[in-house]
Write a protein that binds this ligand. Structure first.
Ligand code: 5GP
Ligand code: MN
Ligand code: MN
Ligand code: MN
Length: 243
């Protein structure tokens, strides 16, 4: 099936009802993965409260690839399964946001410039990235991406994007080892200051660093040869202090 990508950047974000259950008294275990690229068989996913998928579950952007990923999601025990698309996840960019949100039956929440609140924790996700071979959700660096990041609410606790911010876990092996993350996203982080920022996209810089109060997680499962060699990354959000 050939998909015709619309790639209209003025897509209407969905409203998500708050999944507010209680103020977490025990903290929240967040399990992160991204860039599985059709290789879910060998991944051992730890249990946790919230599963975050930061995009590139497809390789060629075919519907059957999504179907296979959906079956993988269905086998996981997490109560909340949040999904943000990547540049390889073309079907999400071909349909309207409403339709895109239904493509993975086993994701509890599809985030496309939208957020969800889980037990008092505010999570926000966006698939857009600086253009690179013009696949799904690509935009030129500069103003258009800055407009996207301007939509991130100030009070976001956990930010999920497919692209890394510039300079953080975004070094490619080729191209002289340069940083390819989004400069405009890096600037937006100065305003938002999330507790955690989860992303993927640059396979070879997978890892975790904490800097200026934000823990950055590049949760890629695949290496740059698209082989699934890394483990999901687990992060425990501490329980909320009573004000
Ligand atoms: P993907 O095609 O899965 O989105 O990205 C795969 C690899 O392409 C990354 O691990 C990285 O090596 C490279 N890559 C992704 N985005 C860029 C970019 O904007 N510039 C350059 N030079 N390489 C990129
Ligand atoms: Mn903030
Ligand atoms: Mn990838
Ligand atoms: Mn990517």
């Amino acid at each position: 099936m050939h998909m015709h990508r619309k790639n209209h950047r003025f897509r209407q974000p969905l409203k998500h009802e708050a999944h507010q259950i209680a103020t977490p008294s025990k903290g929240m275990r967040i399990v992160c993965l991204s860039d599985t690229h059709c290789q879910t068989n060998s991944i051992d996913v730890p249990d946790g409260d919230v599963l975050i998928v930061a995009g590139d579950v497809c390789l060629n952007g075919r519907m059957h690839e999504l179907q296979q990923f959906d079956e993988f999601l269905g086998r996981l025990p997490h109560k909340h399964k949040l999904f943000v698309a990547g540049n390889h996840d073309i079907p999400f960019d071909c349909f309207t946001t409403e339709k895109a949100a239904t493509l993975l039956k086993n994701a509890t929440c599809y985030l496309e410039n939208s957020g969800v609140e889980i037990e008092g924790v505010k999570l926000w996700g966006s698939p857009w990235q600086p253009e690179f071979f013009d696949w799904a959700f690509n935009l030129p660096r500069g103003r258009q991406l800055a407009e996207m990041w301007a939509l991130i609410p100030d009070d976001t606790d956990v930010l999920i994007t497919h692209t890394p911010p510039y300079g953080i876990l975004d070094r490619v092996d080729g191209d002289g080892g340069k940083h390819v993350g989004c400069e405009d996203l890096r600037r937006a982080l100065q305003r938002v200051k999330p507790k955690v920022h989860v992303f993927g996209h640059v396979h070879e810089d997978r890892g975790v660093i904490t800097q200026n109060g934000t823990t950055f997680i590049n949760a890629c499962i695949c290496n740059r040869h698209y082989m699934a060699v890394y483990d999901p990354i687990v992060f425990d959000l501490p329980k909320r202090e009573k004000a």
